[in-house]
Design a protein around this ligand. Structure first.
Ligand code: HEM
Length: 188
């Protein structure tokens, strides 16, 4: 991950270690593909938001129906579909069609899906500061949603509280990989 340092906390967390090992290259590929078109331009920013908007409504609807998700601290405050819709409204463009997310089913790991969505806030905070410094006047409700709270910290604490069984670890890493691959596939 370019210039980024993986948060060292909970390095004893086997589940986190394995998810990171299995997705670090996918994250780098996604990071580079997003950077192909600068988010400082309106075209690049709409492309970035559209990528999220093709995934987040379906993923969050699925999460909201999972008991395990509701056990994550501040679960409901982690949902960003509303702030995404307000950014599209401010840009005066309709939300795109949602991607087929058939891999989201009763067996899919909430931990793996949330790792990608919650982690994307870290990149989001970085991009919001880039946009602020670059003087672009993009609506950033989605990028800034929840940033006043330690949502990544409390997510990592929840992740380390899960049973670190082989089945949980494999399930979470599989789900996180699928989620990154879906992000890469919907980014035009
Ligand atoms: C240009 C686009 C992006 C940039 C510049 C970026 C940058 C970053 C940065 C700086 C971190 C924090 C690393 C740290 O302090 O630990 C991070 C973490 C992360 N990002 Fe991205 N990111 C981008 C796009 C994305 C997207 C689109 C997703 C997923 C949809 C994503 C998922 C993650 C995850 C899961 C982590 C947590 C890694 C870990 O600590 O295990 N990123 N990213």
């Amino acid at each position: 991950m370019t210039g980024a340092t993986l948060s060292t906390a909970s390095s004893s967390n086997e589940l986190l270690k394995e998810i990171r090992a299995r997705t670090v290259d996918l994250h780098r590929a996604l990071d580079e593909k997003v950077a192909d078109r600068s988010v400082l331009s309106e075209e690049g920013y709409v492309r970035f938001l559209t990528m999220h908007a093709r995934i987040i409504p379906a993923a969050e609807t699925w999460l909201a129906g999972r008991r395990e998700f509701l056990e994550i601290p501040d679960a409901k405050d982690r949902l960003r579909n509303g702030s995404l819709q307000s950014d599209f409204c401010a840009l005066g463009i309709p939300m795109p069609a949602v991607e087929n997310m058939s891999f989201l089913n009763e067996k899919t790991s909430v931990a793996g899906i949330c790792y990608v969505l919650e982690g994307s806030r870290l990149g989001g905070a970085y991009l919001a500061s880039l946009i602020g410094q670059g003087g672009a006047r993009h609506p950033v409700n989605f990028l800034c949603q929840g940033r006043e709270r330690p949502l990544w910290r409390t997510f990592l604490d929840w992740l380390s509280s899960l049973e670190q069984s082989r089945a949980n670890i494999d399930g979470a890493a599989d789900a996180a990989e699928n989620m990154f691959r879906t992000y890469l596939s919907v980014l035009d």
